[in-house]
Write a protein that binds this ligand. Structure first.
Ligand code: TRP
Length: 332
């Protein structure tokens, strides 16, 4: 690696292998991950230990879901040569550092993280575990094990990042300045409302995934809800309340195209069906190359495993010395 690349600030982020990624992940988090590769040294992790914090009862899908997620990442443009892509459980220092951080973290800090009580209320008492309480501490270990300073995450992760910073300050105060304080890079999660008007999610059956076929995309897009006041084709519509229009903007329609659609809709010269056909073409054009690349990758699981093995080796090469610094600082 050249010195130029070695001195770029380091980015760390992770995703839990809990299911198929969809177009919202691409337009939000993943697109950002891909762009960050130009300016940062990026480390992206399949955080399978984190998947266990909520999904410990049914574990048989975790391994394969991780492999599939890597196919999605690479298909979207995460580059396993430029960036480090690895599985969290392949680098034992994550668990090790989390134990050490647990020694200095007051319970009250973890109990007051807003997602903690919220998720238990939402998902149930099976989350009353030590592991789930420690989720943000494991996340802290993920980041600081590489002394990463920038962490691309969605808005919802800010309380976790805040906790990470507090834990780092406490560590450095007690044992000397070992870790830098990580900072969030907020991924502007675009507000993609599902084709049926609900939040897009695999479990609602309304998600356009990175594996969706052209037919599936046509079906979902042609079923989209438009301006509910526009009943007949000759009724002028209001694009500002139309989900199809919102998607067209997010999918990179040019200003001239947006203007044309706006005028067509408000003057009732462009019908909803034709407009949805336009959107379907845009979605298919975006997903098709990703789907084809991910299909190719999925046919070669050995290659995906090799990417993860190589990534783990590179990750361990960074994590080992940092872990040694941490244990020495803590008097071990
Ligand atoms: N908690 C993150 C999420 O749900 C996933 C995650 C785990 C993560 N470890 C991380 C994100 C470290 C950034 C950095 O999105």
């Amino acid at each position: 690696m050249s010195t130029a690349t070695a001195t770029r600030p380091r980015v760390f982020s992770g995703m839990r292998p809990t299911g198929q990624l969809h177009i919202g992940h691409f337009l939000g988090a993943l697109g950002n991950w891909v762009r960050l590769q130009d300016d940062y040294e990026c480390i992206y992790s399949v955080v399978d230990l984190h998947a266990l914090t909520t999904g410990y009862e049914d574990v048989k899908g975790i391994h394969d879901a991780g492999l599939e997620m890597v196919a999605d990442w690479v298909a979207c443009g995460v580059d396993p040569e430029r960036s480090i892509i690895f599985r969290q459980s392949d680098v034992p220092q994550h668990a090790e550092l989390a134990v050490l951080l647990g020694m200095i973290t007051p319970l009250s800090w973890l109990e007051r993280v807003p997602t903690y009580k919220g998720q238990i209320d939402e998902l149930g008492d099976h989350l009353q575990t030590y592991g789930f309480l420690g989720y943000p501490l494991l996340q802290t270990a993920d980041i600081i094990l590489y002394k990463a300073t920038r962490v691309p995450v969605g808005q919802d992760q800010l309380p976790h990042l805040e906790l990470s910073r507090e834990v780092v300050r406490r560590f450095n105060h007690l044992y000397g300045p070992v870790f830098p304080e990580p900072e969030a890079i907020i991924s502007e999660a675009p507000l993609l409302i599902g084709p049926d008007g609900r939040k897009m999610s695999k479990s609602y059956g309304n998600a356009i995934t990175l594996a969706s076929t052209d037919d599936e995309i046509d079906k979902l897009v042609m079923g989209m809800v438009t301006d509910p006041q526009r009943i007949k084709k000759d009724d002028p519509g209001n694009p500002e309340v139309c989900n199809v229009f919102a998607w067209q903007k997010l999918l990179g329609a040019s200003e001239a195209e947006i203007e044309e659609i706006f005028v067509g809709c408000t003057t009732a010269t462009l019908g909803c069906v034709a407009d949805k056909r336009d959107l379907a073409e845009r979605v298919k054009a975006l997903i098709r190359p990703i789907r084809e690349r991910r299909e190719q990758l999925m046919q070669d699981p050995a290659r995906l495993e090799a990417i993860l093995e190589d990534g783990a080796e590179r990750a361990r090469a960074i994590a080992g010395p940092v872990m040694a610094e941490a244990t020495a600082a803590m008097g071990l």
